[in-house]
Design a protein around this ligand. Structure first.
Ligand SMILES: Nc1ncnc2c1ncn2[C@@H]1O[C@H](COP(=O)(O)OP(=O)(O)OP(=O)(O)O)[C@@H](O)[C@H]1O
Length: 260
């Protein structure tokens, strides 16, 4: 009889694991039993027709909605039903379309606030000068990652729309999130801005897990390791972009209408 090798490394917990996830509003089942495992480091896109439940799914994962039933594990820990700020503290950050930005503060101050907050400077900003130097370095590094270093002194409210979206993503990563949720990050952008945003998302998701809702197929197929197709609150398929493209059921339910 052979015994299992003792040195086998434990398998790391997936970044996100959804099991039997459901959400109803009154009698209407919007999310109808979703099982999905997203390994750490994966770039995962959720697509689906209007009203399929994509935003509702994000609201459940980020804690803005409480599931009717089911489990959501973040890095192995159950988070279903926790408040958004608790989920955020456990390493999941969601970018909201510009609503987190302080428009009167400069780009630098916006990121610096989020950085200080994440480092525990809630009330005693003056406490530790050395750690303030850490915060400065981190702020600079994040501004570099989101290509806004040259705009550091501009009030956030005066940034171009695409730059504001980049700043939003900067705020999301300032808290050292290991899992990043982006809801239509390219919405309303020109072709050139979209291309730049794809590059930016590729950079900031390096070493993190990315879950994004996006409608632009060329973006998704170029960025995602795997794609989940949500239709009427159920996952029709969850697979590599190549397999999703050639999946007959997906084509019929979704891509066929896009290509038409
Ligand atoms: N708070 C709510 N109360 C009742 N119904 C809701 C609520 N939130 C969402 N819904 C319904 O759930 C369904 C799914 O909505 P959701 O916004 O999640 O879809 P979506 O896939 O993100 O759509 P879109 O691509 O248009 O943004 C819709 O029919 C919507 O009307």
């Amino acid at each position: 009889m052979t015994s299992a090798p003792q040195s086998a490394a434990p398998t790391p917990a997936p970044a996100l694991a959804l099991q039997g996830l459901e959400k109803s509003f009154g009698a209407i089942r919007i999310i109808r039993g979703i099982d999905l495992v997203i390994p750490a480091g994966e770039r995962h896109a959720v697509i689906g027709p209007n009203g399929a439940g994509k935003s509702t799914l994000f609201h459940l994962i980020s804690g803005h909605y409480r599931p009717t039933t089911g489990s959501i594990r973040l890095n192995g820990e159950e988070i279903a039903g926790l408040a958004p700020e608790k989920i955020n503290r456990r390493g999941l950050s969601r970018s909201f379309q510009i609503t987190n930005i302080f428009p009167q503060l400069s780009v630098w101050e916006n990121i610096r606030c989020a950085t200080l907050w994440s480092m525990g400077y809630r009330y005693a900003f003056w406490r530790n000068v050395e750690r303030l130097a850490d915060a400065r370095e981190k702020t600079e590094r994040i501004l570099g990652e989101i290509n806004l270093l040259h705009r550091w002194n501009v009030p956030a409210g005066e940034l171009a729309y695409a730059e504001q979206r980049a700043l939003e993503i900067g705020l999301a990563i300032a808290g050292d999130a290991s899992v990043l949720l982006l809801d239509e990050p390219m919405a309303g952008m020109s072709h050139a801005e979209t291309e730049r945003m794809v590059g930016l998302i590729r950079t900031v998701s390096e070493g993190r897990t990315l879950l994004m809702i996006e409608h632009d197929m060329s973006v998704i197929f170029g960025l995602a390791d795997r794609i989940s197709v949500l239709v009427y609150g159920e996952l029709l398929a969850s697979d590599t972009p190549e397999n999703i493209k050639s999946n007959a059921a997906v084509q019929e339910a979704y891509l066929g209408t896009e290509a038409a």
